[in-house]
Write a protein that binds this ligand. Structure first.
Ligand SMILES: [Mg+2]
Length: 122
């Protein structure tokens, strides 16, 4: 069955670019513009198999998004990849300790991202 990926980033350029890669790999893709929009989309989509989330976003940042999602039983096991320009050790540690499965720093190689997604989706 086609896997559904939710992509959350406030940059339209990044959304378009990553969505293009995901779709060309056969993934169904939904996008959201910030953390709050992401939460809303998550609630409205039947089954999201994996989430890719930016860190710096208006209204709700990626870390707050992860924290919010991980406190809810229905979403506590969903694979989350952080995709951020923030590549310092403290950011990576924060993302991972909040419950991200993987932290990728922008610009990420499409091939590497796809490989990581396949690994997380098993
Ligand atoms: Mg951003």
């Amino acid at each position: 069955m086609q896997k559904h990926i939710l992509l959350i980033d406030d940059s339209k350029t990044i959304r378009n670019l990553v969505a293009f890669v995901l779709k060309s790999e056969g993934y169904k893709t939904s996008t959201a513009e910030d953390g709050l929009d992401g939460i809303e989309k998550l609630y409205n989509i039947d089954a999201v198999d994996l989430i890719i989330v930016d860190v710096n976003m208006p209204r709700m940042d990626g870390f707050t998004f992860i924290k919010t999602v991980r406190t809810q039983d229905a979403y506590k096991d969903i694979p989350i990849i952080v995709l951020s320009t923030e590549g310092q050790e403290k950011d990576i540690q924060k993302g991972m300790s909040l419950g991200a499965n993987l932290y990728m720093v922008k610009p990420a190689q499409p091939e590497k991202m796809v490989r990581n997604i396949k690994m997380l989706l098993g």
